[in-house]
Design a protein around this ligand. Structure first.
Ligand code: ZN
Ligand code: ZN
Length: 64
């Protein structure tokens, strides 16, 4: 996995509900963004919340 630039004004917001991704808007917290598809709150791609979500998904997959 490549790291591009760090957590500046670049990046994406990710919906942990449906997986939709959209460009992060500088100065606007991801949690204030709403998913264009399902309307749920979004998180910053690569953030603690996002990684936590990915981890949960992994655990779900193991159970099946
Ligand atoms: Zn969504
Ligand atoms: Zn964002």
């Amino acid at each position: 996995m490549q790291h591009q630039g760090g957590m500046g004004s670049q990046g994406n917001c990710v919906c942990v509900s449906c997986g939709a991704v959209k460009g992060h808007q500088p100065g606007k917290p991801c949690k204030d963004e709403r998913c264009p598809k399902c309307g749920k709150v979004m998180v910053r791609e690569g953030s603690e919340h996002h990684l936590l979500y990915l981890k949960k998904q992994e655990e779900k997959g193991k159970k099946a």
